[in-house]
Design a protein around this ligand. Structure first.
Ligand code: ATR
Length: 298
């Protein structure tokens, strides 16, 4: 299909609601996947400001869109506008994918499941029975914590700069999902406290600047070779945390996989087909390399 693809009366339309949305990588991934599978679909970025969210959601039904992804700042705010919300999106309290099922708008959250799919496919890691430490207590940590608890992780602890937010997330995970979950202030992480974990997931925005130092409280001495270390930051793809973890002998998981698999799961919800994950990966890598090149040129 590629560049020959004509939009016709039959073309199904999906898209993404965000503010801003211009830098979203989702149109690239989804359109490349449609082209690969020769689907008469198109994926469009929609710049939706918060005041217009309600009318934008109504338009999904009115225009008979197949569905939309939802990104900053709408993931939580969209929930009351939907007809139904699936179990993990309800627990996470946020939706990143809306499916228009014959006029009924159903909310899903594929962020946590995308992370766990990346864990499984790229690191061969199954969460069941494992001990996990989440670093950070924001929306991303909540999505991942809920998913890993749903998959029967034995323990999901949370370390955060602001202890109160760690405490709130661990109390929630214990109450709603029945998983053992303990809070830490970041500065209380020591080589001894991090020893038991099978998996450490870094979910804060710390380290997104190229060459940023390892988060001080995840110093290399707090990383143990038996621990898989995942960073959900994907710019840069090889963060200073992952480099330090590798030097300590840890297996590592980079953040790009979560981005690809959350998109792949949304694609599957809409089209009913398995997503061409390799194709989605390739366009992302190419685009990120181009962006880095143009940043380097100033
Ligand atoms: P997201 O939805 O991407 O998870 P968020 O809800 O804004 O974003 O959460 C950001 C997370 O990154 C929080 O855990 C935040 O810590 P606080 O709760 O203490 O604010 C963490 N974070 C952001 N900048 C940080 C920094 N410089 N050092 C440590 N933690 C940081």
């Amino acid at each position: 299909m590629s560049s020959e693809h004509l939009i016709t009366g039959e073309t199904r339309i999906a898209g993404i609601f965000g503010d801003p949305v211009a830098h979203s990588l989702s149109p690239l991934m989804h359109n490349a996947a449609y082209a690969e599978q020769d689907l008469d679909w198109a994926y469009v970025p929609f710049h939706v400001v918060p005041e217009r969210l309600a009318s934008a959601v109504a338009a999904v039904g009115a225009l008979n869109l197949a569905g939309v992804n939802v990104t900053i700042p709408h993931k939580v705010a969209i929930v009351p506008h939907l007809h139904e919300v699936d179990q993990s999106a309800r627990l996470i309290g946020a939706v990143n994918t809306v499916v228009n099922r014959n006029g009924a708008l159903i909310g899903y959250n594929t962020d946590g499941a995308g992370f766990s799919q990346s864990l499984r496919m790229e690191a061969g890691f199954e969460a069941a029975g494992k001990r996990v430490l989440l670093v950070g207590a924001g929306g991303a940590a909540r999505a991942i914590g809920v998913q890993l608890a749903l998959e029967a992780a034995q323990q999901v602890d949370v370390a955060n700069r602001t202890l109160d937010r760690a405490t709130a997330l661990t109390a929630f995970l214990t109450k709603e999902l029945g998983v053992t979950s303990r809070p830490y202030a970041l500065e209380d992480l020591t080589p001894a406290t991090t020893e038991p974990y099978d998996l450490i997931v870094h979910t804060t925005s710390w380290g997104m600047e190229p060459n940023a130092a390892v988060p001080p409280l995840l110093m290399p001495t707090a990383l143990h070779a038996h621990t898989l270390v995942a960073d959900i930051v994907y710019t840069p793809q090889d963060t200073s945390l992952l480099q330090a973890a590798r030097e300590r002998g840890c297996a590592v998981l980079a953040g790009l996989g979560m981005l690809v698999y959350q998109a792949a799961l949304a694609y599957e919800l809409w089209t009913g087909r398995g997503a061409p994950v390799d194709v989605m990966y390739n366009v992302l890598r190419e685009q990120l390399a181009q962006r880095n090149g143009s940043m380097a040129r100033g």
